[in-house]
Design a protein. Structure first.
Length: 169
């Protein structure tokens, strides 16, 4: 991948991470669920790590025309438990939690788009350091999406029932 195209891709990736940071910060502020607040803050912190590494790579590539080989993303956050994002008690009050369900849906879209983008960048990169960076970012976003999807599936039936939605089959 030529340097100009790599720099454009890194700019898109940085903007995507900034969008995620802002979204997760807002979600942390707006949710009333205590675990949800902490998990959304953690997701925002993860995206900050991604942004910082992407920015460092961008600046280095811009200046020296090659990728840094030492990637400093750290360890991915772990989202554990049967209910990985919210407390279990949210199920009892899900009909009042329209924001939380919307936040999960938007988060899933953000993470899915990031996964697709990083996969594409990895496939188009010919530099091993670039491939490694995009592969690690893809894996982090996959962990985020996995936790979000699991939480959505836990809450979906109760939410649909309380909102009087009838799934179409």
């Amino acid at each position: 991948m030529e340097v100009k195209k790599a720099l454009e891709g890194l700019k898109i990736a940085m903007q995507t991470e900034l969008n995620g940071i802002e979204f997760y910060r807002i979600a942390a502020e707006k949710t009333e669920d205590s675990k949800g607040k902490q998990v959304f803050k953690t997701l925002a912190e993860d995206e900050v790590k991604h942004f910082n590494e992407l920015k460092k790579q961008y600046e280095h590539l811009l200046q020296d025309n090659h990728w840094l080989s030492n990637i400093e993303l750290g360890t991915p956050s772990s989202f554990v438990g049967e209910s990985p994002i919210f407390t279990d008690e949210i199920k009892t009050r899900i009909k009042e939690r329209h924001f939380e369900m919307s936040a999960l849906s938007i988060a899933a879209l953000l993470e899915s788009n990031s996964i697709d983008f990083y996969r594409k960048m990895k496939e188009e990169s010919d530099d091993p350091a670039a491939k490694q960076l995009f592969e690690q970012l893809q894996k982090w976003e996959e962990k985020h999406l996995e936790a979000i999807t699991k939480q959505m599936n836990i809450l979906k039936e109760e939410y649909w029932a309380d909102a009087h939605f009838t799934p179409l089959y």
